[in-house]
Design a protein around this ligand. Structure first.
Ligand SMILES: Nc1nc2c(c(=O)[nH]1)N[C@H]1C(S)=C(S)[C@@H](COP(=O)(O)OP(=O)(O)OC[C@H]3O[C@@H](n4cnc5c(=O)[nH]c(N)nc54)[C@H](O)[C@@H]3O)O[C@H]1N2
Ligand SMILES: Nc1nc2c(c(=O)[nH]1)N[C@H]1C(S)=C(S)[C@@H](COP(=O)(O)OP(=O)(O)OC[C@H]3O[C@@H](n4cnc5c(=O)[nH]c(N)nc54)[C@H](O)[C@@H]3O)O[C@H]1N2
Ligand SMILES: [Mo]
Length: 686
């Protein structure tokens, strides 16, 4: 049995040699890697010079990927919990056979009552199609477990793009280099989308103007010609204000609108209620900034917008994305390949991916399990059975995610994971905050040790990742762990016996030639350069949909909740730290040393009003929770907004907690996503 289920074996090659890989991380760049292996050991990781967007360069984090794989704290054998969940975690090593037998027995008992009491919890620890939901989806479909609504990052923006344009589609990355104006909107590109920045920087060198729209003065804002530091969650109002100016100055492309936009009259009437003064008031900027931005946007051609997910993590995130996304229709910016907008390119892959072959929805055999939202895991773990909710969650299988650190309102998440009656299995590389609360921890391989294929949400190439080295210790690929769990559960369907290579060969439609992908390491999708020059959006009638999009105020802000703001006057955002990838890499010492320690950036006025010195230990708190970190008085923070850079491991932070101690679980207007950046706090000396 073991042999039948063995993962793809390593090709026998003379040392040293170069293996073609792909960066697995949740980042728009999805770089092509070239991995040098000598005597079975990775000695160097470089960006592929022949892959256009990677162009031979990697970020600081991934150039250290080998440090992560060979980390002395890598999990190398299955572990079984021997302590209570509310005490310091203690585990003992067990064999794979014992772990799989015990886990499958526990799952069978629960499934006999109701398989929906079992919940898979996963996100994009790896973006690979195989080690993501390739085999795991088959397993949970066969089991009839609850399904997970994977909303934690991008679903407000995804729902908004789909409502407006029919899919998650937009401009193609390389043509940003030809734009004359680039709005970098809700994105710290230099930190979290570095290979986009290369194209923007090329445009800048050739004379383009770059404008950054972000409450925080990021390293990207430093490099742009202008920075507009609006209040968090006010982007929809700014977009309406820009439309107001385009209308009153008649800077519209009437022909493009008439041919390709539905709902324009309604949107126009709404935008006319947003003169620059009203926008300035809501956004905390000046009316002149609104006017100037509108003028630049209307009069510079081609004009491109790089929108990123940073601006949709608020109550009105979906509507804000809809409004910003419609701007290029108003000016006809889509007519040029260097004009338009890019939030996500992932929809371009849809016709070329064969997800049904990978995930096998037919294994559900007519069942329609409940859908559980990953963003409310805190509340949901604490819920009893009810007709609306369904059965209580009795078991969790976590892979590719670290919810105890990254999910909102962690006091509740921790309490849920601490339930003694909850059976938790965590597939991991490291003893994360989530693994600390598991009943079983199963060691998973890293990207250097397994096969995978990748798409991207920032460019339009597919990539392959060949295994460079054998699995370390007793680690196994996620696919293999789910194969073996399936066998232990007695699932006999042929599809549980397919190898990773068989999976990889099914991942794409015939347009992507697998041998060519293997030979080059990547393949570009065949796509039009200026996809919407003549409209033809992937909506049912081919037209962009403008009806219904409106500004939605934050849950928590001075204007929408004055009583709360009186007690917690500071708006907190918690964007990514440059040297971490969400909570990944926090345990890689060289990277953690660059970040130093958890920080909250405050404007000098806000610090002075609280008597805080630069470097003081402070408590950031609200009614939900409190965490400790160091105050940094910084021009990166605007007055009234504090920046709690994320996402630290709780146990590596100052007081054993992190920024999600204070975030809440209320959902966005579209896409049922978390509103991490819609959060009021107070800061006091600790
Ligand atoms: N180095 C690094 N790279 C990453 C990540 C990481 O953790 N570290 N995370 C990856 C992930 S998961 C994702 S989803 C992607 C994209 O990740 P995003 O979360 O989009 O990350 P950023 O590009 O940093 O953009 C966030 C920016 O939005 C700003 N912002 C916050 N609130 C608002 C607002 O209301 N309006 C506007 N206009 N701006 C706002 C923040 O200050 C920040 O500069 O990046 C990926 N890349
Ligand atoms: N306050 C606040 N919270 C946030 C955010 C924020 O900006 N502010 N950002 C949010 C966003 S955008 C996102 S996308 C989420 C991200 O949240 P997650 O998707 O949970 O991402 P990570 O924290 O990187 O955790 C991924 C875990 O997967 C593991 N992993 C990686 N590869 C594999 C593999 O092949 N097999 C197995 N078994 N495990 C693997 C890694 O070791 C890591 O511990 O966090 C969200 N949380
Ligand atoms: Mo994300």
């Amino acid at each position: 049995m073991q042999d039948l289920l063995a993962p793809t074996s390593l090709p026998d090659r003379a040392s040293p040699h170069i293996v073609k890989g792909a960066c697995p991380h949740d980042c728009p760049d999805t770089c092509a890697l070239r991995i040098t292996v000598d005597q079975g050991r990775v000695i160097k990781i470089q960006g592929a010079a022949d892959h256009p967007s990677t162009h031979g360069a990697l970020c600081t984090k991934v150039s250290r990927y080998a440090e992560r794989t060979y980390h002395e704290e890598r999990l190398l054998q299955p572990l079984k919990r021997v302590s209570r969940k509310d005490e310091a975690p203690r585990f003992e090593p067990v064999s794979w056979a014992e772990a799989l037998a015990d886990i499958s027995a526990r799952l069978k008992t629960i499934a006999a009552r109701d398989p929906q009491a079992i919940l898979p919890y996963s996100y994009a620890g790896t973006m690979g199609l195989l080690q993501g939901e390739g085999m795991s989806a088959r397993f949970f479909n066969k089991l009839g477990a609850s399904q997970l609504d994977r909303t934690i990052c991008a679903s407000a923006g995804a729902a908004a793009l789909t409502a407006t344009y029919g899919h998650r589609v937009g401009m193609h990355l390389p043509y940003f280099a030809e734009s004359r104006l680039i709005l970098i909107w809700g994105s710290n590109s230099i930190a979290s989308n570095l290979h986009f920045w290369t194209y923007a920087n090329k445009a800048k060198r050739e004379g383009a103007k770059l404008i950054c729209i972000d409450p925080r003065k990021t390293e990207t804002a430093d490099k742009c010609h202008q920075h507009i530091a609006l209040l968090p969650g006010t982007d929809g109002a700014l977009a309406l204000g820009l439309m107001h100016e385009l209308i009153v100055h008649d800077w519209l492309d009437h022909d493009y609108i008439a041919r390709h936009v539905d709902g324009w009259e309604e949107l126009k009437a709404r935008a006319l209620n947003w003169p620059p003064e009203a926008v300035a008031e809501v956004c905390g900027i000046t009316a002149e900034e609104v006017r100037g931005l509108a003028r630049d946007y209307a009069q510079t051609k081609p004009a491109a917008i790089r929108l990123n997910y940073g601006m949709q993590r608020v109550r009105g995130g979906g509507n804000a994305v809809r409004l910003v996304a419609l701007l290029p229709c108003l000016t006809g910016a889509w007519r040029s390949r260097a004009g338009g907008l890019l939030l996500s390119s992932s929809g371009w892959f849809a016709p070329f991916k064969n997800m049904a072959a990978l995930e096998r929805p037919e294994l559900l055999a007519g069942r329609q399990p409940r859908l559980t939202n990953m963003s409310t895991i805190g509340d949901d773990l604490l819920r009893e059975a009810s007709p609306e909710f369904g059965p209580k969650i009795e078991a969790l299988i976590v892979y590719n995610s670290n919810p105890v650190a990254v999910a909102p309102e962690s006091p509740k998440v921790v309490k849920g994971f601490q339930r003694e009656d909850l059976f938790t299995v965590v597939l991991e590389h490291f003893m994360t905050d989530t693994a600390d609360l598991a009943d079983y921890v199963l060691p998973a391989t890293t990207q250097l040790e397994h096969l995978d294929v990748h798409t991207s949400y920032g460019h339009t190439d597919v990539l392959i990742n060949e295994p460079a080295i054998a699995p370390i210790g007793e680690a196994k690929p996620n696919t293999q762990i789910f194969r073996e769990l399936a066998a232990a559960m007695g699932f006999e369907d042929e599809c549980f016996r397919e190898s990773d290579e068989q999976l990889a060969r099914q991942a794409f439609t015939a347009e992507i030639d697998f041998e060519a992908l293997r030979a080059q390491g990547w393949q570009s999708l065949p796509l039009k350069e200026a996809p919407f020059a003549e409209g033809r959006f992937p909506t049912p009638n081919g037209r962009a949909q403008a009806a219904g999009a409106d500004f939605v105020a934050n849950y928590e802000s001075r204007r929408s909740s004055p009583e709360l703001a009186a007690r917690y006057p500071l708006a907190m955002i918690s964007p990514p730290a440059r040297n971490f990838l969400n909570s990944s890499f926090v345990n890689v010492k060289s990277l953690r040393d660059i970040e130093g320690e958890p920080l909250v950036e405050l404007h000098a006025e806000d610090a002075a009003a609280r008597g805080l010195q630069d470097g003081a230990m402070v408590r950031v708190f609200n009614d939900r929770g409190s965490y400790l970190c160091r105050a940094r008085i910084s021009p990166r923070a605007r007055p009234g907004v504090v920046n709690g850079l994320g996402v630290w491991w709780r146990k590596l932070g100052a007081g054993g907690s992190n920024v999600n101690e204070v975030t809440h679980q209320r959902l966005t207007d579209m896409g049922r996503a978390p509103s991490f950046y819609d959060c009021l706090v107070e800061v006091k000396a600790a």
